[in-house]
Design a binder for this molecule. Structure first.
Ligand code: DGI
Ligand code: FE
Ligand code: FE
Length: 194
């Protein structure tokens, strides 16, 4: 598949600002892959497609999720979660991407999940720290990302959870599970190192 052509396809789905965000996530994802020994090509591709459906009308996202039986429980939570599994479906069905690692990284880039793969972590974290992002705490997350995918991602999820709690919004349980899973993973590494 031609990368330049695919970039044009993605660009057409979104306003200029979101396309700039996508380019930023691609840049950060490749940088993280290089830093932590991930697959740069897969990081680039997953980052390119991760927000493909973000600016579709919500009812179009809901229909795609419902019609194709994708994570039905998502429909009971914040609509901001829908674009991730929708983009994974588009990647497979419209663009013929069959690499499950890439599809999972797209699918779980918002919610996270238990036992996130290195590629899941890279794409999810790149989404938090791409150069265009500016939210309280982003500097701390960028600093943590110099040394640890897991510590940085925990800080990212903590900031999202804190934000949702402050706004008294419903939390998708998989995000709590993802965050706990990363904390456990770090605990195990520390124990192994004595
Ligand atoms: O699509 P982006 O804006 O680049 O970033 P994203 O895919 O991480 O979407 C994050 C949005 O999802 C953010 O505004 C918070 C919202 N959201 C709502 N409920 C949840 C949630 N995010 C997570 N991780 N978990 C939730 O339960
Ligand atoms: Fe997103
Ligand atoms: Fe994004």
């Amino acid at each position: 598949m031609n990368r330049d052509w695919l970039m044009e396809e993605v660009k057409r789905q979104m306003p200029a600002k979101r396309w700039a965000h996508t380019l930023g996530v691609m840049e950060s994802a490749v940088q993280l892959a290089r830093r932590f020994g991930g697959d740069e090509t897969k990081a680039d591709l997953a980052a390119l497609l991760h927000d493909y459906c973000k600016f579709w009308p919500i009812d179009r996202q809901e229909r795609l999720i419902a019609d194709n039986g994708l994570a039905g429980d998502l429909l009971e939570y914040d609509k901001a979660l829908l674009h991730a599994p929708a983009a994974a479906w588009i990647a497979r069905e419209h663009y013929g991407i069959t690499d499950e690692e890439v599809l999972d990284a797209i699918r779980y880039h918002t919610s996270g999940r238990a036992g996130m793969t290195k590629l899941d972590k890279i794409v999810c974290l790149a989404d938090y720290i791409e150069p265009g992002r500016d939210f309280p705490g982003v500097h701390t997350i960028r600093e943590l990302a110099d040394n640890s995918l897991e510590k940085a991602l925990i800080a990212g999820f903590d900031s999202t959870l804190t934000y949702l709690i402050a706004k008294q919004q419903i939390i998708y349980p998989l995000t709590v599970i993802a965050r706990n899973s990363l904390v456990r993973e770090l605990g195990r590494v520390w124990k192994l190192r004595g």
